[in-house]
Design a protein around this ligand. Sequence first.
Ligand SMILES: CC(C)(COP(=O)(O)OP(=O)(O)OC[C@H]1O[C@@H](n2cnc3c(N)ncnc32)[C@H](O)[C@@H]1OP(=O)(O)O)[C@@H](O)C(=O)NCCC(=O)NCCS
Length: 166
Amino acid sequence: MNAIPVCTTVKVLLRPATAGDADILLMWRNDPSAYRNYRISEPVTPETHAAWLAAVLEDPNRALYIATADDELVGQVRLDRDGDVVEVTMAIVAKHRGYGFGSRALAQALTECHRRFPCAQAITAEIASDNAASRALFVSFGFQEIVHRGRFIVFELSIGTAPSNG
Ligand SMILES: CC(C)(COP(=O)(O)OP(=O)(O)OC[C@H]1O[C@@H](n2cnc3c(N)ncnc32)[C@H](O)[C@@H]1OP(=O)(O)O)[C@@H](O)C(=O)NCCC(=O)NCCS
Protein backbone atom coordinates (compact mmCIF):
# COMPACT_ATOMS: atom_id res chain seq x y z
CA MET A 1 0.00 0.00 0.00
CA ASN A 2 1.22 3.53 -0.74
CA ALA A 3 1.79 5.96 2.07
CA ILE A 4 -0.31 9.08 1.57
CA PRO A 5 1.58 12.16 2.79
CA VAL A 6 0.41 13.63 6.08
CA CYS A 7 -1.49 16.92 5.72
CA THR A 8 -2.22 15.93 2.15
CA THR A 9 -4.51 17.94 -0.04
CA VAL A 10 -5.31 14.88 -2.14
CA LYS A 11 -8.90 14.83 -3.33
CA VAL A 12 -11.16 12.10 -2.01
CA LEU A 13 -13.42 10.48 -4.59
CA LEU A 14 -16.30 8.06 -4.14
CA ARG A 15 -16.94 5.21 -6.53
CA PRO A 16 -19.78 2.71 -6.27
CA ALA A 17 -18.77 -0.48 -4.45
CA THR A 18 -19.03 -3.77 -6.31
CA ALA A 19 -19.07 -7.46 -5.38
CA GLY A 20 -15.34 -7.37 -6.08
CA ASP A 21 -14.85 -5.18 -3.00
CA ALA A 22 -16.19 -7.90 -0.68
CA ASP A 23 -12.82 -8.87 0.82
CA ILE A 24 -11.63 -5.37 1.64
CA LEU A 25 -15.03 -4.36 2.97
CA LEU A 26 -15.04 -7.42 5.24
CA MET A 27 -11.56 -6.58 6.49
CA TRP A 28 -12.62 -3.01 7.26
CA ARG A 29 -15.89 -4.17 8.84
CA ASN A 30 -14.05 -6.48 11.20
CA ASP A 31 -11.60 -3.86 12.42
CA PRO A 32 -12.47 -3.49 16.13
CA SER A 33 -11.73 0.24 16.01
CA ALA A 34 -14.54 0.55 13.47
CA TYR A 35 -17.12 -1.95 14.68
CA ARG A 36 -17.03 -0.65 18.22
CA ASN A 37 -18.92 2.32 16.77
CA TYR A 38 -21.51 0.26 14.91
CA ARG A 39 -24.93 -0.90 16.07
CA ILE A 40 -23.72 -4.50 15.78
CA SER A 41 -20.45 -4.08 17.66
CA GLU A 42 -18.87 -7.43 16.92
CA PRO A 43 -17.13 -9.04 13.94
CA VAL A 44 -19.19 -10.68 11.20
CA THR A 45 -18.50 -13.94 9.36
CA PRO A 46 -17.59 -13.95 5.66
CA GLU A 47 -20.94 -15.65 4.94
CA THR A 48 -22.95 -13.02 6.79
CA HIS A 49 -20.95 -10.29 5.11
CA ALA A 50 -21.45 -11.75 1.63
CA ALA A 51 -25.21 -11.94 2.12
CA TRP A 52 -25.27 -8.38 3.50
CA LEU A 53 -23.23 -7.01 0.58
CA ALA A 54 -25.38 -8.74 -2.03
CA ALA A 55 -28.52 -7.29 -0.43
CA VAL A 56 -27.04 -3.78 -0.29
CA LEU A 57 -25.87 -3.84 -3.90
CA GLU A 58 -29.28 -4.82 -5.24
CA ASP A 59 -31.32 -2.44 -3.08
CA PRO A 60 -32.28 0.79 -4.89
CA ASN A 61 -32.66 2.55 -1.55
CA ARG A 62 -29.07 1.88 -0.53
CA ALA A 63 -25.82 3.08 -2.01
CA LEU A 64 -22.38 1.90 -1.00
CA TYR A 65 -19.20 3.68 -2.05
CA ILE A 66 -15.49 3.13 -1.77
CA ALA A 67 -13.57 6.30 -0.94
CA THR A 68 -10.28 6.69 -2.77
CA ALA A 69 -7.43 9.16 -2.42
CA ASP A 70 -4.59 9.13 -4.89
CA ASP A 71 -5.78 5.68 -6.09
CA GLU A 72 -5.53 4.25 -2.57
CA LEU A 73 -8.67 2.85 -0.95
CA VAL A 74 -9.15 4.93 2.19
CA GLY A 75 -12.63 4.05 3.37
CA GLN A 76 -16.28 3.51 2.69
CA VAL A 77 -19.52 5.47 2.78
CA ARG A 78 -23.06 4.09 2.78
CA LEU A 79 -26.35 5.87 2.17
CA ASP A 80 -29.57 4.20 3.32
CA ARG A 81 -32.83 5.83 2.28
CA ASP A 82 -35.98 5.42 4.33
CA GLY A 83 -38.76 7.58 2.95
CA ASP A 84 -37.49 11.14 2.74
CA VAL A 85 -34.62 10.56 5.17
CA VAL A 86 -31.18 9.24 4.19
CA GLU A 87 -28.84 7.85 6.82
CA VAL A 88 -25.12 8.13 6.15
CA THR A 89 -22.62 5.69 7.65
CA MET A 90 -18.92 5.91 6.97
CA ALA A 91 -15.52 4.68 8.02
CA ILE A 92 -11.99 5.67 7.12
CA VAL A 93 -9.28 3.01 7.30
CA ALA A 94 -7.52 3.32 10.68
CA LYS A 95 -4.10 4.33 9.33
CA HIS A 96 -5.64 7.16 7.31
CA ARG A 97 -7.73 8.73 10.08
CA GLY A 98 -7.11 12.23 11.31
CA TYR A 99 -5.84 13.65 8.00
CA GLY A 100 -9.06 15.11 6.66
CA PHE A 101 -10.17 12.15 4.54
CA GLY A 102 -13.34 11.68 6.57
CA SER A 103 -14.24 15.29 6.08
CA ARG A 104 -13.64 15.15 2.34
CA ALA A 105 -15.48 11.85 1.99
CA LEU A 106 -18.49 13.25 3.84
CA ALA A 107 -18.56 16.29 1.56
CA GLN A 108 -18.63 13.95 -1.43
CA ALA A 109 -21.29 11.81 0.24
CA LEU A 110 -23.60 14.79 0.71
CA THR A 111 -23.22 15.70 -2.95
CA GLU A 112 -23.85 12.08 -3.92
CA CYS A 113 -26.90 11.98 -1.66
CA HIS A 114 -28.42 14.95 -3.51
CA ARG A 115 -27.74 13.25 -6.84
CA ARG A 116 -28.94 9.79 -5.89
CA PHE A 117 -31.87 10.67 -3.62
CA PRO A 118 -33.04 14.12 -4.76
CA CYS A 119 -36.31 13.89 -2.82
CA ALA A 120 -34.58 13.46 0.55
CA GLN A 121 -35.51 16.07 3.11
CA ALA A 122 -32.93 15.22 5.75
CA ILE A 123 -29.70 13.33 6.21
CA THR A 124 -29.04 11.58 9.49
CA ALA A 125 -26.12 9.84 11.17
CA GLU A 126 -26.35 7.61 14.22
CA ILE A 127 -23.17 8.10 16.20
CA ALA A 128 -21.99 6.38 19.39
CA SER A 129 -21.97 9.04 22.10
CA ASP A 130 -18.28 8.34 22.90
CA ASN A 131 -17.20 8.61 19.24
CA ALA A 132 -15.54 12.01 19.46
CA ALA A 133 -14.08 11.96 15.94
CA SER A 134 -17.38 11.16 14.27
CA ARG A 135 -19.29 13.69 16.37
CA ALA A 136 -16.76 16.41 15.49
CA LEU A 137 -16.93 15.47 11.84
CA PHE A 138 -20.71 15.60 11.49
CA VAL A 139 -21.12 18.70 13.66
CA SER A 140 -18.57 20.50 11.46
CA PHE A 141 -20.96 19.90 8.54
CA GLY A 142 -23.90 21.41 10.43
CA PHE A 143 -25.50 18.19 11.66
CA GLN A 144 -27.45 18.74 14.86
CA GLU A 145 -28.17 16.33 17.67
CA ILE A 146 -31.86 15.39 17.60
CA VAL A 147 -32.37 12.34 19.81
CA HIS A 148 -30.52 9.86 22.01
CA ARG A 149 -31.07 6.19 21.19
CA GLY A 150 -29.34 3.96 23.74
CA ARG A 151 -25.58 4.52 23.44
CA PHE A 152 -26.11 6.38 20.16
CA ILE A 153 -27.08 9.92 19.27
CA VAL A 154 -28.95 10.66 16.06
CA PHE A 155 -27.60 13.71 14.25
CA GLU A 156 -29.56 15.33 11.46
CA LEU A 157 -28.87 17.79 8.67
CA SER A 158 -31.84 19.43 7.03
CA ILE A 159 -31.32 19.00 3.30
CA GLY A 160 -31.78 22.68 2.54
CA THR A 161 -28.65 23.46 4.57
CA ALA A 162 -26.42 20.71 3.12
CA PRO A 163 -23.35 21.87 1.19
CA SER A 164 -23.66 21.12 -2.51
CA ASN A 165 -20.06 20.07 -3.04
CA GLY A 166 -16.80 19.46 -1.34
C1 LIG B 1 -15.21 9.12 12.15
C2 LIG B 1 -14.17 9.00 11.04
C3 LIG B 1 -14.87 8.62 9.74
C4 LIG B 1 -13.48 10.37 10.86
O1 LIG B 1 -12.59 10.26 9.75
P1 LIG B 1 -11.21 11.06 9.77
O2 LIG B 1 -10.60 10.96 8.42
O3 LIG B 1 -10.38 10.60 10.90
O4 LIG B 1 -11.74 12.55 10.05
P2 LIG B 1 -11.03 13.91 9.65
O5 LIG B 1 -9.55 13.78 9.75
O6 LIG B 1 -11.60 14.38 8.35
O7 LIG B 1 -11.53 14.84 10.82
C5 LIG B 1 -12.90 15.23 10.87
C6 LIG B 1 -13.15 16.02 12.15
O8 LIG B 1 -13.01 15.15 13.28
C7 LIG B 1 -12.04 15.66 14.17
N1 LIG B 1 -11.35 14.51 14.70
C8 LIG B 1 -10.64 13.59 14.01
N2 LIG B 1 -10.17 12.66 14.85
C9 LIG B 1 -10.60 13.01 16.06
C10 LIG B 1 -10.46 12.44 17.35
N3 LIG B 1 -9.79 11.29 17.53
N4 LIG B 1 -11.04 13.06 18.40
C11 LIG B 1 -11.74 14.19 18.24
N5 LIG B 1 -11.94 14.79 17.04
C12 LIG B 1 -11.35 14.20 15.98
C13 LIG B 1 -11.15 16.53 13.32
O9 LIG B 1 -10.51 17.53 14.11
C14 LIG B 1 -12.15 17.14 12.38
O10 LIG B 1 -12.88 18.18 13.00
P3 LIG B 1 -12.79 19.68 12.47
O11 LIG B 1 -13.23 19.62 11.04
O12 LIG B 1 -13.73 20.40 13.35
O13 LIG B 1 -11.36 20.04 12.62
C15 LIG B 1 -13.06 7.97 11.41
O14 LIG B 1 -12.56 8.30 12.69
C16 LIG B 1 -13.56 6.53 11.43
O15 LIG B 1 -13.61 5.91 10.39
N6 LIG B 1 -13.90 5.98 12.61
C17 LIG B 1 -14.32 4.59 12.72
C18 LIG B 1 -15.69 4.35 12.10
C19 LIG B 1 -16.69 5.33 12.64
O16 LIG B 1 -16.68 5.69 13.80
N7 LIG B 1 -17.60 5.74 11.77
C20 LIG B 1 -18.63 6.72 12.15
C21 LIG B 1 -19.98 6.09 12.15
S1 LIG B 1 -21.07 7.08 11.11
